[in-house]
Write a protein that binds this ligand. Structure first.
Ligand code: ADP
Ligand code: MG
Ligand code: MG
Length: 883
């Protein structure tokens, strides 16, 4: 095992693409050395050593010590200094660095190797006694904090006390002897606090620091960060041990950070900050106000303090040249850390710079016109999920509102309004022109209207595929769901949190992109679609193979989806259409009908309503394919639940309340998701499919006449597990098609296909494909039925599963490629064996998830279908999947 990789003096054992082993920082330090850039020599200990250390009870692996000592000798030769020597001592920085950057999460120790002897040598070598003692006190602060585990405050207290005693306002005013006094007090304090002296042996310091950096991988900050960003715990961190260079060596020295382009707008201008006579953390710590690097930026920010460009023109010129070389080499916008020691520039870090979605677009488009990258590379550069930032308002990151709760970021966008607890209250508010956030424990199909009327939705229970989440995403309404630290008290109409209560009418803001809930009205940033966005989407369209459709049933959703470039509807859930307006009551009459005649009558009332909806949808979609799913959910979902509601409905439809209650009881199911639903309904009550088919075909005729564009409806049968089920339902559809064609004298092209959402359907796909003309994977249900895990109840145990490492990701959010994915593949292969060219699509929530879309490409699906606001994300992800 090679534990240690050296770099320095234009040579390196590592390189940029070894980040897995060397961490991002180490790999890129090596790369900069190979490019011949000025980098202080050093060595990188591989991340595996960290894993070993953490697993083996904090013991360093065999052979590591010898390798580090050997590597250290190389650094000594390259710098002409000796570690621990009282003559030209070598000082080191010990820096963490994992595979992906985890800013500020782990620890760094600077100026390591200083002790009571080497500090004197350093003062003599540099001729700057003040600098030497300043560095020593910094070292004790960092080492005391990172390795010996003391809080920062305890040092700050002593420092403030000394400064006050000496009448010094700024650190920079402190004299050598005064720093020396601070060092003495620090050491006394350590003796006292820990009963343990500050280590004078540099080797002991070095191993102490290496161990502490390894251990910092498991500090709370780092653990939380990894959880939030899906970073595996077993990656570990590499450690970089590097010769120190000094930005605090007087007024010709400085330290700074920079981006090669503006990270918030993407503008092509060096952007950064520095401090004269300072070291490392000073810039970010905010002790002093940093200065702009370029003169342009100084003018823009209206700062009085001179820029680096003015102050150190030669170092500045060298730095800009280095930036240009690095950008040309990495072909990306970069984030840099540098130090200038007595006029000499040293590069300390490079990595791709974090940027806003808007900046990412601009940079990618600019880099294409600069000839740095190709159109495909530009498309590949944009994180599809970041488009959410562009398509929805967000809470201004500069807002300092009070966060009162947090849940899952279920539907992106920010919203603010008065709290309401019922759909009725939301509807009233809408009429009165007031903005509201609908707050519920969870939502049900009956809340659809209230959800529509609300600016945003907050639930305290439920996961990413809960009703609230799915519907809100479909509507493009911001939603935070499963905010477990909040509770809805329906009795008193209050939202209860830790130590506070909010009432109906109180204002809150939610951010469905971050999952945060804040008190009061927070300032928002409005979305803007730039020409850069259009360009990137245009390139993505040229590259991708899969089509992107949308899940939509309302005209407004369909229009929104078209404006985002949806190429058809992949899923129109007809049950949603029955919740509109007064239809729910017609629907209830149909469900409660006791004879077939009664049911036919009720269906006859629903027919023209459905037909009108389809005509409108077909017109909006203008000849692009529209997939309509027959009524799917268990019927009792449409029935009233509370006693009050039952009484009300009974009165409205002229039925005795007792009798209604009996009927509702009769429809009760123990496990409705696996009960009387999907095609089973249409087989029990074929008059339902007949009504729906008639509405579809008559609408197709009418829309075709009106628009002149042929409409080819794709009728989709849900919850099919047996070929015979599909045979039965298809026969009904075909019969209706024939009679509508006879009546209208017009030929209608149509397809009948099926959802693949039961494992049996996937396994028997070759047989089902004898009848089905297309498959659409309903991955929400397929995940549910494959795992045997109720998606409405999974939130009570999935978080524990993830915490205990039983499962890595929520399979309802990120498709389970191994299990559900294998079923998808099997169905695709077997289906196409029977029917070559069988059209395959996916319409679950996963249709808008970039990682899942990538797999859809590999499985050769023809299209993905997602909620309207995810269409651009899906298009970009589909393009990236082909690159
Ligand atoms: P982080 O990952 O938190 O950015 P770094 O390892 O980059 O931590 O260290 C933080 C800062 O410490 C750097 O930006 C740099 O200013 C300073 N630093 C690190 N190594 C050296 C070094 N060899 N010489 C001088 N300063 C250093
Ligand atoms: Mg850094
Ligand atoms: Mg389903």
């Amino acid at each position: 095992m090679k534990w240690v990789y050296n770099f320095g003096a234009g040579k390196a054992e590592g390189r940029a693409d070894l980040a897995e082993r060397l961490g991002g920082k180490g790999a890129n330090l090596a790369e900069m050395c190979l490019m011949g850039l000025p980098v202080p020599p050093g060595l990188t200990i591989v991340a595996d050593a960290c894993n070993h250390f953490l697993v083996e009870g904090r013991h360093f692996p065999d052979g590591l010590k010898a390798s580090v000592v050997e590597g250290l000798q190389k650094i000594e030769i390259q710098t002409g200094r000796k570690f621990g020597s009282a003559n030209q001592p070598l000082l080191l920085s010990v820096r963490s660095g994992s595979r992906v950057s985890m800013p500020g999460m782990m620890d760094t120790v600077l100026n390591l190797g200083l002790n009571d002897d080497t500090v004197v040598a350093l003062a003599r070598d540099t001729g700057d006694e003040r600098f030497a003692w300043d560095s020593y006190r910094r070292f004790i602060e960092m080492y005391g904090g990172v390795v010996m585990g003391l809080g920062h405050d305890i040092f700050e207290e002593i420092l403030d006390d000394e400064k006050a005693r000496l009448g010094r306002a700024l650190d920079t005013e402190m004299l050598a002897a005064e720093w020396q006094g601070v060092v003495a007090r620090y050491k006394d304090m350590l003796d006292e606090e820990l009963g343990q002296s500050f280590p004078m042996d540099p080797m002991a310091q070095l191993w102490g620091a290496i161990g502490a950096v390894f251990s910092s991988w498991t500090n709370n900050r780092a653990i939380t960060y990894r959880m939030l960003h899906n970073i595996p715990d077993d990656w570990g961190t590499a450690v970089n041990v590097q010769a120190m260079v000094f930005g605090n060596l007087g007024n010709s020295s400085a330290t700074g950070v920079a981006f090669t382009r503006n990270p918030s707008t993407g503008a092509r201008a060096l952007y950064g900050e520095f401090l004269v006579n300072a070291q490392g953390e000073d810039v970010v710590a905010g002790i002093r106000t940093p200065q702009s690097i370029t003169d342009q930026a100084r003018i823009e920010t209206g700062s009085e303090k001179p820029s680096l460009e003015k102050l150190m023109p030669e170092a500045f010129a060298e730095f800009t040249a280095v930036c240009d070389r690095l950008e040309a080499h990495y072909k990306d916008m970069l984030d840099l850390e540098f130090t200038i020691e007595r006029g000499k520039l040293w590069m300390l870090q490079v990595r791709p710079g974090k940027r806003t979605a808007r900046a990412a677009m601009r940079i990618a488009v600019d880099m294409v016109s600069e000839g740095l990258i190709s159109e495909a590379e530009a498309v590949d550069r944009i994180d599809p999920s970041s488009l959410d930032q562009l398509l929805h308002p967000t809470i201004d990151p500069n807002a300092r509102g009070e966060i009162i709760g947090s849940g899952l970021p279920a539907s992106p966008g920010a919203a603010a309004g008065e709290i309401v607890f019922t759909s009725e209250a939301a509807l009233i508010a809408e009429k009165e022109g007031r903005k509201v956030i609908l707050v519920r424990t969870e939502t049900s199909p009956e809340d659809i209207h209230g959800m529509h009327a609300a600016e945003g939705i907050l639930t305290t229970r439920g996961g990413m595929t809960s009703h609230a989440a799915v519907v809100a995403r479909g509507m493009g309404i911001p939603c935070v769901c499963g905010a477990g630290n909040l509770r809805v008290d329906m009795r008193n109409h209050e939202l209860v949190g830790h130590g506070f209560k909010l009432s109906e009418g109180d204002i809150i803001s939610i951010d469905g992109s971050s999952g945060q809930v804040l008190k009061g009205l927070q300032p928002m940033l409005q979305p803007e679609l730039s020409p850069d966005f259009e360009k990137i989407m245009g390139w993505a369209d040229k590259i991708r193979r899969m089509r992107v459709r949308t899940n939509a049933e309302t005209p407004s959703d369909a229009r929104a989806a078209r404006s985002f470039g949806a190429e058809g509807i992949g899923l129109c859930r007809t049950e949603h259409m029955f919740f509109e307006g007064d239809r729910i009551n017609q629907m209830r009459e149909m469900i409660l009908a006791e004879t077939i005649e009664e049911r036919r009558e009720a269906l006859n009332v629903l027919l023209p309503m459905q037909r009108a909806d389809f005509v409108e949808l077909f017109e909006i979609m203008h000849g692009t394919p529209v997939t309509i799913r027959l009524l799917d959910p268990p019927l009792h979902e449409f029935l009233p639940k509370s006693e009050e509601e039952i009484d009300e409905v009974a009165a409205r439809i002229g039925m005795e309340a007792v009798h209604l209650r009996e009927r509702i009881d009769a429809l009760h199911e123990f496990n409705p998701m696996l009960g009387h639903r999907g095609c089973r309904l249409h087989i029990s009550h074929p008059e339902i499919v007949e009504m729906q088919a008639r509405a579809i075909f008559e609408a197709a005729v009418e829309a075709a006449r009106r628009t002149g564009a042929a409409v080819v409806p794709e009728i989709m049968v849900p919850v099919v597990g047996l070929k015979a089920e599909l045979d039965y339902v298809k026969a009904r559809i075909d019969a209706v098609a024939k009679s509508v064609m006879d009546e209208s004298g017009m030929k209608i092209e149509y397809l009948v296909g099926t959802m693949i959402e039961l494992p049996r359907a996937a396994l028997r796909a070759h047989v089902i494909a004898e009848v089905a003309e297309f498959f659409s994977y309903g991955t929400n249900d397929l995940t549910q039925t494959t795992f045997g895990m109720s998606r409405d109840d999974a939130s009570s145990f999935l978080p524990t599963y993830m915490q205990k490492g039983i499962i890595e990701r929520d399979p309802f959010v990120n498709l389970d490629f191994d299990g559900v994915g294998e079923l998808i593949q099997i169905a695709a292969e077997r289906g196409r064996r029977t029917r070559p060219g069988l059209k395959l699509g996916i319409c679950g929530e996963h249709g808008g998830d970039p990682v899942s879309i990538n797999f859809c490409e590999q499985w050769g699906l023809d299209y993905v279908s997602c909620s309207p606001f995810r269409v651009p994300i899906a298009k970009l992800a589909a393009a990236q999947a082909t690159i």
